[in-house]
Design a protein around this ligand. Structure first.
Ligand code: SF4
Length: 279
């Protein structure tokens, strides 16, 4: 067994919060730069240039990429050989509390969805745990803003609707809501599992590098087709028209019931904040 120290968790979470809030993921910025070169709309091109400049300044000055520094979502994989003589959830929240204060990031979490009092330290985080082999803790952390999250959606399709039904659902959703989510967008699609599992798959899909290879070519083909179709909608950067509405579509799937085809769409703006670390 390997003993993990509480202080190491707190420090790692602080580091990841700062990285996610101030540095755009490398595969995302690469795609934004590529998109700018083939953007047909002059205003769209100008917006992409501004986004690139904004991202560079944020990274250089360690200032947040956007004022909405989100509610923090953490995917935490804990090695079976880790010994944790402390409350891991409390340590993660402590790291977030310190980082949001250090960075003067906006506190965007309320205590209760009805009472709605700000907790003033951006906690609690939304944390998902998974057990893995080994003696390490792998953390993926994503401060998720509300602008794009609020446009996300889920539908229980019938199996007969198949791939065409999935495509129609994704494209109709982006056509209706994409302009309000600060495009160009990254679209996370979760297919299969059940009602709650497909939403989680869609969120996890957003943690992928945009150019990460797929194991299953069916999903790779579907992701590429969806990206092309979405970019033909003409919504464009910031919804002001253009040929770049979507930077990438990432799909995750899971086995499901013979009578179900759950599909969730988790929309992410161009900021696409997430950071990964290992303890
Ligand atoms: S959707 Fe993204 S870019 Fe728009 S306000 Fe929210 S975090 Fe910022």
């Amino acid at each position: 067994m390997r003993q993990i120290n509480k202080e190491d968790v707190i420090l790692k979470i602080q580091e990841l919060v700062h990285q996610a809030c101030c540095e755009v993921d490398s595969s995302t910025i690469k795609q934004i730069i590529t998109s700018k070169d083939y953007e047909e709309s002059p205003i769209g091109k100008q917006i992409l240039e501004e986004i690139i400049k904004n991202d560079e300044i944020a990274c250089q000055t360690k200032r947040p990429i956007c004022q909405d520094t989100g509610i923090v979502v953490c995917f935490v994989k804990v090695g079976r050989e880790c010994y944790l003589p402390f409350d891991l959830t409390a340590a993660i929240n402590e790291g977030i509390r310190i980082a949001y204060k250090e960075g003067y990031y906006r506190n965007s979490v309320v205590n209760d969805p009805i009472e709605r009092r700000n907790t003033f330290d951006n906690t609690p985080a939304i944390i998902y745990y998974e057990l893995i082999d080994g003696d390490q803790i792998q953390i993926t952390l994503a401060p998720k803003g509300a602008g794009s999250e609020n446009m996300s959606t889920l539908k229980m399709l019938t199996p007969a609707e198949g791939i065409d039904g999935i495509k129609k659902f994704v494209i109709d959703t982006i056509n209706e809501k994409g302009a309000k989510a600060c495009p160009p967008l990254v679209i996370g699609v979760g297919i299969g599992g059940g009602f709650e599992k497909c939403a989680l798959l869609a969120k996890e899909a957003l943690m992928d590098e945009l150019d990460a290879p797929y194991e299953n070519s069916v999903y790779e083909k579907l992701a590429n087709e969806l990206k092309d179709e979405i970019n033909k909608l003409g919504i464009g950067p910031m919804g002001l028209g253009g040929s770049n509405t979507c930077l990438g579509v990432r799909i995750k799937s899971y086995p499901c019931h013979i009578a179900s085809l759950p599909v969730a769409i988790n929309i992410q703006c161009h900021v696409n904040r997430h950071a990964k670390g290992v303890i």
